[in-house]
Design a protein around this ligand. Structure first.
Ligand code: NI
Length: 136
């Protein structure tokens, strides 16, 4: 299987907080990530896709087309945003890496299928120490 991976970077703010819990429960579970003022991350997402090699182009996917989709669907919606207040597709979700990456996989599924490829793996890093990988 051939896998093509593209990486995007974005900066965003968020807060881990469950409204249905007390302050102290939020503090116990999320620690300082529940602080009222929120905090920021320099996020990285790696999107890996697979598909057959196009005989004419010799490519699995045109990386320019892939770049444009990722910019439109992900980067433009997330970069320099408050993930909890400004991002429509994250409304009502706790903005954990897990919830973010699952939502992103759903958003990208259709446009990437139209390009003739399928997502096999998504990796979201919020720092060089923490990452979540979704394998499909
Ligand atoms: Ni955080």
């Amino acid at each position: 299987m051939l896998i093509v991976t593209r990486t995007i970077h974005f900066c965003a703010a968020h807060r881990l907080y469950n409204d249905s819990w007390s302050e102290s429960k939020n503090r116990d579970v999320f620690g300082k990530c529940s602080n009222e003022g929120g905090h920021g991350h320099n996020y990285t997402i790696k999107i890996s896709v697979t598909g057959p090699i196009n005989k004419q182009s010799g490519m699995v996917v045109n990386v320019t087309s892939l770049r444009d989709i990722l910019k439109r669907e992900i980067f433009d919606k997330l970069d320099h945003r408050d993930l909890d207040k400004e991002v429509e597709f994250l409304k009502g979700q706790i903005s954990t890496m897990e919830n973010i990456i699952v939502k992103i996989s759903k958003i990208l599924e259709e446009p990437l299928n139209k390009l003739g490829v399928k997502i096999v793996k998504l990796e979201l890093n919020e720092s060089d120490k923490n990452s979540v990988t979704l394998e499909l």
